[in-house]
Design a protein around this ligand. Structure first.
Ligand code: SF4
Ligand code: SF4
Length: 211
């Protein structure tokens, strides 16, 4: 029937309007900003960079590999690599971003940067109250503005953050075991070389069994 959908919609609205006087479940709106609906755990707005520990710069997980910059569809990530290195999360010296900017006025919240990052360094934030009157830089966020702690990540996406922590702990354990095995192999080789050197005849010494 023509207009059936409109009638159904109006009936639903009327039901909620009348029902809201007797049941709070039918109150589908809140008086924002005084009242707020809790943000869903899987909500995503714009990306941020994660750091571990108390020092945001030292703990930044990003190693400036620039994969996210290349894959970002609207090209709103700008990265400059550092000239020196700092330890990464497993203690390996790594390049870090001397500059890391995201223009969130261009970002389309697609999350591709998060999916392609091999270092769990960039995640989606749930912060949405970002309006500004500054049209020429207010929405261009730099590294310091993008950097947020792992504790913050846990507070907004607890399930996902716990999974990431477990994965990183596994990787760290594997890297430590590999380094330990390499050190043991190097020590064994050095000991074998030293034993072979000690067993070799000294220059000028008479050969064993000679007259
Ligand atoms: S969410 Fe998408 S558009 Fe935004 S910075 Fe990441 S890849 Fe680019
Ligand atoms: S956020 Fe991830 S993908 Fe992007 S540069 Fe840093 S380490 Fe590479």
């Amino acid at each position: 029937m023509l207009g059936e959908g409109i009638v159904k919609g109006m009936l639903e609205t009327a039901k909620n309007f009348a029902g809201s006087f007797v049941s709070e479940d039918r109150l589908t709106t809140v008086e924002y900003p005084e009242q707020r609906i809790p943000t869903a755990e899987n909500a995503r707005v714009f990306p941020f960079l994660i750091y571990d520990g108390p020092d945001w710069h030292a703990g930044l997980r990003c190693v400036a590999c620039q994969i996210c910059e290349k894959e970002c569809p609207p090209k709103c990530i700008y990265i400059e690599k550092s000239k020196d290195k700092k330890p990464d999360f497993v203690g390996k010296p790594q390049i870090y971003p001397a500059r890391f900017d995201i223009d969130i006025s261009v970002c389309m919240s697609c999350q591709i940067c998060v999916e392609v990052c091999p270092f769990e360094a960039i995640k989606m934030d749930t912060e949405f109250e970002l309006a500004t009157g500054d049209r020429f830089g207010g929405l261009l966020l730099d590294c310091r503005e993008l950097a947020k702690s792992n504790e913050y990540y846990h507070s907004i996406h607890p399930t996902e953050a716990a999974e990431v922590d477990a994965r990183l702990a596994e990787e760290k354990k594997a890297a430590e075991a590999k380094a330990k095995a390499a050190a043991a192999a190097a020590a064994q080789k050095a000991a074998a070389d030293a034993a072979a050197k000690a067993a070799a005849p000294k220059p000028g010494a008479p050969a064993a069994g000679g007259s």
